[in-house]
Design a protein around this ligand. Structure first.
Ligand SMILES: Nc1ncnc2c1ncn2[C@@H]1O[C@H](COP(=O)(O)OP(=O)(O)O)[C@@H](O)[C@H]1O
Ligand SMILES: [Mg+2]
Length: 233
């Protein structure tokens, strides 16, 4: 629950995990990436305010701790629903960006369901925030995934007039940052990450929570993200 610091919206988490459990029990290969919610974003914002914007390497541990707390709840919920979830904190998995994701690829090959999340990495004396949006894009690309689904608080990418766009083929103009608390750039950054993955992943979608089940069943829901078709010469 991003509005309430350090609070998990258990109802939303349970609903999402129940859909993932159906997918997993029908034989689907699954990896999960979650965002900072009211944990990482709150901790990062607090540290930024204290430092006047620029985070030092010394600021990473408190953001990491907040995210470990959220991450363990996500993993516990997945496991309670019968999903063999394993935890991959980016601050131990990624030496630099883009992150190689090897431990998650190993677990996928072992039939496990690896989990990672947006996190704080100490790099060259600074803290770099890596977003779940980018991690998901890198992982889907490296794992040669068939499908990448971004689940967010809006039912898809909204066009002029607030209507969900059924397909986006590039960075559309009305797409902006976040109206809520978000240190990694809102819908615009999410769409950039989705477009990167769409270069190699067949189906990339941005959906709301209610769209997760249909998207996992292959139904056209939310916004399909595609690389722009090459211009005829
Ligand atoms: N064209 C758009 N369509 C959808 N959302 C948009 C658009 N432009 C800006 N946004 C903002 O982006 C937000 C989604 O990004 P974000 O807050 O970062 O979500 P998440 O927590 O899933 O990362 C929306 O809630 C909305 O405030
Ligand atoms: Mg975001």
């Amino acid at each position: 629950m991003k509005e309430e610091p350090y609070t998990i919206n258990m109802d939303a988490l349970e609903r999402a995990v129940a859909e993932l459990a159906v997918f997993h029990s029908s034989g689907g290969k699954l990896a999960v990436v979650h965002g900072g919610g009211s944990f990482g974003h709150t901790a990062a914002k607090k540290a930024m305010e204290r430092r006047g914007g620029k985070l030092l390497a010394l600021d990473a541990p408190e953001i990491q701790e907040a995210m470990l707390k959220l991450g363990i709840m996500v993993v516990a919920t997945l496991r309670r629903h019968g999903i063999p979830a394993t935890m991959h904190p980016p601050h131990t998995m990624c030496m630099s960006l883009p992150c190689g994701m090897e431990p998650m690829l190993r677990d996928l090959n072992q039939g496990l369901a690896p989990v990672t999340y947006g996190d704080a990495l100490p790099i060259h004396g600074k803290t770099v925030i890596v977003s779940g949006d980018d991690l998901a894009s890198w992982l889907a690309t490296r794992a040669s995934a068939d499908c990448l689904i971004y689940v967010t608080r809006v039912p898809g990418v909204l066009g002029p007039g607030g209507k969900v766009l059924s397909m986006v083929e590039g960075l559309a103009d009305p797409v902006g940052g976040s109206e809520g608390i978000d240190v990694t750039g809102g819908m615009r950054k999410k769409l950039e990450a989705a477009l990167h993955a769409a270069g190699s992943v067949d189906t990339v979608r941005i959906v709301g929570l209610e769209g997760l089940g249909p998207a996992l069943r292959g139904e056209p829901v939310g916004t399909l993200v595609r690389r722009p078709a090459p211009r005829p010469s």
